[in-house]
Design a binder for this molecule. Structure first.
Ligand code: SER
Length: 760
């Protein structure tokens, strides 16, 4: 039976039992920034498990998942993956243990026709209810039921003692027995043994608790079911093959890899082929879902996967990108989003491979030299040199060292790296900056809010150099919390800086340069200009309104630019980050190619057209559902509550946003894009200025331009007189003179003439 049929049978089986087939969520959880990647089918239903937004009570899905915990084992073992598919059925306060167990058994033994005696069961040691359902109702021989502790039979594993907080519960697992001839061969071997005889194929979680921050498990509003069956595993059992990589989910891909490597005369172990197959699937899905290689959290995982796969392939030029169409071909029927992104993904992978190749080209000979004569150790200085001078990533050095049986001194390397960071910190004069650490405010009170402005309040908490303090003296920086705190002062968030302004007290004058949020406590980052600011001081706080307005202009302009970019380049443009302050704006978005001058101009013209039309900027609060139905753009990776703020510029833009905006686009006056660059593969960045900042920018640039022109003409003048002094070059001198006096344009004929005279 092919994988496709198994997946289909699973979903149809549960559909017949009243489950709604729900599409896989993105690999990057849209509304859950706490997760790096979607790691289980239940992730998209977290709210429903907590009793919220339950519009249907039974669901089934085939979820794309990515887990990085087993990275080191991928390829070496039969069943570890980064990317995998998880089949699951879910109940939100509807059926519970009895039905979940009965249906799982029915699917395994009736639908899939597994022999009953090959199936073993594990239950949580204290879960008598599940135990007796298996033993008394399903009639599984108690010899084939094992009771295990919270490390195996609680989900998430060990949640009662270690967390994470959130929905959890005991679980029961179904194992397939490969037979006594496999594994350790001990007579008492059972699923409790970690030899390879028993393979866990299905996890049934009875999600009935919420773990609270104090570690208590409290019952959820209703009891739920969350089950997960790794597709790759079940397929390997059904197809009776030794590893997941030998199933039809992988063989066309591993064959393609072998073919490419064979053609280049490269031979690598099967474990490397498996690793490449795993990683290219993961990379294809990640980039399709908007995560491109970069040095930031998720992007770094993708970068690392590409590099590992590339290293294991022993190639000297990009080749992984050729495998993207194979992955797409294999899975596009189930995940149709793959097809439209195929070329985009392949181009990004190739770009990343090319860049990595360049690094290797410079670094590998150095590493070879370090290991010449059969040396088996790289000392800390050598590792540091490879990383710092040659840009070779530490994980690549470690992997490569391991493959060659070489040890590396990571401790010394880390010390050297720390020293380097210290030096650059000192060099960058960062001492005057604030490094905001929300945890440092855990013990501070959380004051009531006041909408008054200016705000009359007391200083109730203070940090200096990151530690609680009683006073901040003249010339010093510190962070303060006041009571009441202000509800109208903007705290940093959504890519926008917090407000700035003045703090006045008796004999004290201070400024705050930003306001941050520490779990609902508003923190002023303060510099005392005169006097000493003390705990308990009564202060008057006012906002720098001009700065606030300039920031608002930049923020509204960011929305206009996003819309304009989408109109000019297409809907694939999605925000991947932004930063807005009172001087400029920065907007990062998904886009493969560099923007041409013509495209940039078109974007700018569209945005300025909307500014010129004096369009109103509406801010409304509504339900997330309603806003999404109205087509509001949201920033994936951002967590939205059920009630959201929607900012609309009719006919031009509609976005979910909590930031500060002008009331009318006319206030912005003008927007000018001042740079376009790449931040990561497939992510471009534009920077722009608005209003008065455009004039400042023009002045600065024209001064620079004038200077350049002057330099050019003096160089050219110098060249002309030099030419005049050299016999035979008088014709060239005359040509330069003509151009300088504006009597001639540098056209092709003139260039030819110039070329001929200078290079006779
Ligand atoms: N959430 C459980 C798991 O990941 C079952 O789906 O194993």
């Amino acid at each position: 039976m092919l994988a496709k049929e198994i997946r289909e049978r699973y979903l149809r089986f549960f559909e017949k039992k009243g489950h709604k087939i729900v599409a896989s969520d993105l690999l990057v959880p849209e509304n859950d920034p706490t997760l790096l990647f979607t790691g289980a089918g239940m992730n998209q239903f977290k709210e429903q498990f907590m009793g919220k937004n339950v519009t249907f009570k039974r669901a089934t899905s085939s979820q794309k998942c990515l887990r990085t915990g087993d990275l080191e084992n991928v390829g070496r073992t039969p069943r570890h993956h980064t990317f995998f598919e998880m089949l699951g059925n879910f109940s939100f306060g509807d059926y519970f243990k009895r039905e979940a167990i009965n249906w799982a058994w029915e699917f395994m033994t009736v639908e899939m026709k597994f022999p009953k005696e090959r199936l073993w069961i594990s239950v949580y040691k204290d879960d008598e209810e599940a135990y007796s359902i298996w033993k008394d109702e399903i009639k599984v021989d108690p010899k084939r039921i094992v009771k295990l502790g919270p490390d195996s039979n609680f989900w998430p594993a060990d949640a009662p003692s270690k967390g994470p907080n959130g929905p959890c519960g005991p679980c029961s697992e179904i194992f397939f027995d490969w037979g006594p001839g496999t594994g350790c061969g001990k007579p008492d071997c059972s699923p409790a043994c970690d030899c390879s005889r028993f393979i866990e194929v299905w996890n049934l979680v009875f999600t009935e608790f919420e773990r609270k921050p104090d570690g208590q498990l409290v019952p959820l509003p209703a009891k739920n079911i969350d089950t997960g069956m790794g597709l790759e595993r079940i397929v390997s059992v059904v197809q009776n093959v030794p590893t997941n990589f030998d199933t039809d989910l992988f063989t066309p891909l591993t064959d393609a890899i072998k073919k490419v490597l064979d053609a280049k005369g490269v031979s690598v172990p099967k474990s490397h082929i498996n690793l490449i197959a795993d990683h290219i699937r993961a990379v294809t899905f990640c980039i399709t879902d908007g995560v491109s290689p970069s040095n930031e959290k998720r992007g770094y995982v993708v970068r690392k996967l590409i590099r590992r796969a590339y290293m294991k392939s022993k190639q000297k030029e990009a080749f992984l990108f050729n495998l993207v169409p194979v992955v797409v071909g294999l899975l596009k029927d189930i995940y149709p989003e793959l097809e439209g992104k195929r070329e985009h993904v392949a181009a990004i992978v190739k770009d990343e491979e090319d860049k990595f190749n360049e690094t290797l080209r410079a670094a590998m000979p150095v590493m070879e030299e370090m290991l010449s004569g059969g040396k088996k150790k790289l000392n800390g200085d050598q590792v540091f040199k490879l990383v710092d001078t040659y840009g070779m990533p530490l994980d690549v050095i470690s992997d490569e060292a391991e493959t060659r049986g070489v040890t590396i001194d990571v401790d010394t390397y880390e010390k050297l790296m720390e020293k380097r960071k210290d030096e650059s910190r000192k060099g960058s004069n960062i001492t005057s900056d604030f490094i905001f650490k929300p945890d440092a405010f855990a013990k501070a009170p959380k004051p009531e809010l006041s909408g008054d402005m200016p705000l009359l309040c007391d200083v109730v908490f203070m940090l200096k150099n990151g530690a609680p303090a009683d006073a901040i003296s003249e010339g010093e920086n510190g962070e303060i919390i006041t009571s009441p705190q202000s509800s109208v002062i903007y705290t940093e968030g959504g890519g926008q800086v917090g407000d700035a302004g003045h703090i006045e007290a008796d004999g004290v004058s201070a400024v705050f340069v930003n306001v941050c949020n520490a779990g609902g406590k508003r923190v002023f980052q303060t510099h005392v200009k005169k006097g000493t600011l003390r705990i308990g001081a009564k202060v008057k706080i006012s906002i720098d309104e001009k700065r606030k307005e300039r920031t608002a202009c930049n923020h509204t302009a960011t929305h206009l630019l996003q819309s304009a970019l989408r109109q000019v380049l297409g809907d694939q443009v999605k925000q991947s980050g932004s930063y807005v302050d009172d001087r400029r704006l920065r907007f990062d978005f998904t886009q493969l190619k560099k923007l041409t001058d013509r495209e940039l101009l078109a974007v700018e013209e569209l945005a300025n057209g909307w500014i010129e039309k004096n369009m109103p900027v509406k801010k409304e609060t509504k339900s997330l559902e309603e806003a999404k139905t109205e087509g509001a753009l949201s920033f994936f990776g951002e967590k939205y509550g059920e009630i959201v703020r929607m900012v609309t510029i009719p006919g031009a833009s509609k976005e979910l946003c909590g930031g500060t905006h002008v009331d009318n686009t006319g206030v912005i006056k003008f927007v000018k894009i001042i740079s376009e660059s790449s931040v990561a593969s497939g992510i471009r960045r534009i920077e722009a200025v608005t209003g008065e900042n455009v004039i400042a920018w023009l002045k600065e640039t024209s001064v620079g331009f004038d200077k350049e022109l002057k330099q050019m003409s003096s160089v050219a003048g110098g060249t002309a007189s030099l030419f005049k002094s050299v016999p035979g070059l008088d014709k060239a001198a005359a040509t330069v003179d003509k151009v300088l006096k504006n009597e001639a344009h540098v056209d092709k004929a003139l260039l030819k003439e110039f070329d001929e005279t200078v290079r006779p």
